[in-house]
Design a binder for this molecule. Structure first.
Ligand SMILES: C[S@@+](CC[C@H](N)C(=O)[O-])C[C@H]1O[C@@H](n2cnc3c(N)ncnc32)[C@H](O)[C@@H]1O
Length: 332
């Protein structure tokens, strides 16, 4: 396919909302670079013998764009993998056995399967850790703004360090580029302008979930709240659970709850909330609560081990972080 035709295809797909504006920008880069995967994919489509449907072409393009987004995210986090973030979290939690602070990270492809369905504008991650979900949302969707709120200093500082690397390396490739990190408790910050809220809440204590739910009532009808393992407490009749399914995460399977803020009369706002329609994962749901309970116990064990963290562990985490900061200084 000629380059001009490909640009047109990218523009049309983005205009129809089939790929995101970010996806269009990345696709243009791929066309310019004559990316072999994209070339192969289009050749297959043009080949009359093996020619597949438009839907399958769109699906393949979206898979390719998602894998490119994942590459960009992995590149950003090359120096701050899960283990480094965990040790930063542990260093900040010395002597604090608040279970809500236990660290874990969202799995990119599971997150993508939920987020790509929701065409939203203002994303908040409540408890953003090193910021991985904020950047994943940034690279996957067309949000006007993506904000992470994290209470632990070192994790917030790591997210800010990665944001500076993003400004230098990745931002030019992204259309809507606003990313913010706020240090503090999401209970003390006003996020009522959000239309997509994410909380990796597997370890959040019930009291924190209750307070989160009360604040979520201030969201506009149609806003979506995604939580893990625990849904918003039942007494919040202002929310409809439109999706509940187990997905793979960095620590194992977790149940993902997608809630939609109801209209004032309690009805479900309009929207496409059929997450299962394009979901080919047949994973059984039956034992999810049991698995999540096991997971919570595992994380309690992790907390107990944290308390035994020795001096070496603490020193290593400081070294890890210094290394991360030095790398960003080198970029300047
Ligand atoms: C399981 S981690 C999730 C990290 C990230 N959102 C992800 O999914 O990759 C939960 C995070 O919430 C943070 N956290 C817990 N309570 C919080 C609060 N009240 N305000 C802000 N952050 C909080 C913890 O410190 C931890 O970093």
């Amino acid at each position: 396919m000629a380059q001009a035709k490909l640009y047109l295809l990218a523009a049309l797909l983005a205009k129809d909302g089939v790929i995101s504006q970010n996806g269009k920008a990345v696709m243009k880069e791929l066309i310019l670079a004559r990316d072999p995967e994209l070339v192969r994919l289009l050749e297959r489509f043009e080949d009359s013998e093996t020619s597949s449907s438009d839907a399958s072409l769109v699906n393949s393009i979206n898979c390719l764009l998602e894998s490119k987004a994942f590459e960009m995210l992995s590149d950003l986090y090359a120096e701050c993998p899960l283990e480094v973030a965990k040790s930063l979290s542990k260093a900040d939690r010395q002597g604090n056995d608040n279970k809500s602070l236990v660290y874990g990270e969202v799995d990119f492809s599971s997150f993508a399967r939920v987020v790509r369905k929701l065409k939203k504008k203002r994303f908040y991650d409540l408890g953003s850790g090193s910021g991985r979900a904020v950047f994943a949302a940034r690279l996957l969707g067309d949000f006007d703004e993506c904000t992470g709120i994290e209470i632990l200093d070192r994790l917030h500082d790591a997210a800010e360090t990665i944001r500076r690397a993003y400004d230098k390396k990745t931002r030019a490739l992204v259309v809507n580029d606003r990313v913010r990190f706020v240090k503090g408790s999401f209970l003390d910050y006003d996020w009522s302008d959000a239309d997509l809220v994410f909380a990796n809440s597997t370890c959040f204590e019930d009291d924190l979930m209750d307070q989160l739910a009360r604040r979520a009532e201030n969201l506009e009808p149609g806003a979506v709240v995604i939580t893990f393992t625990k849904g918003l407490p039942d007494d919040t009749s202002t929310f409809h659970v439109v999706h509940r399914k187990r997905y793979k995460m960095s620590w194992g399977p977790a149940t993902v709850f997608v809630h939609v803020r109801a209209n004032d009369d309690g009805t479900l706002p309009d929207g496409d909330f059929d997450f299962d329609a394009d979901d080919d994962d047949e994973e059984e749901d039956e034992e999810d609560e049991e698995d999540d309970a096991l997971l919570t116990r595992d994380r309690e064990l992790e907390l107990a081990l944290d308390r035994e963290a020795d001096e070496k562990q603490l020193k290593n985490s400081h070294d890890d972080f210094k290394h991360l900061q030095a790398l960003v200084r080198d970029l300047d």
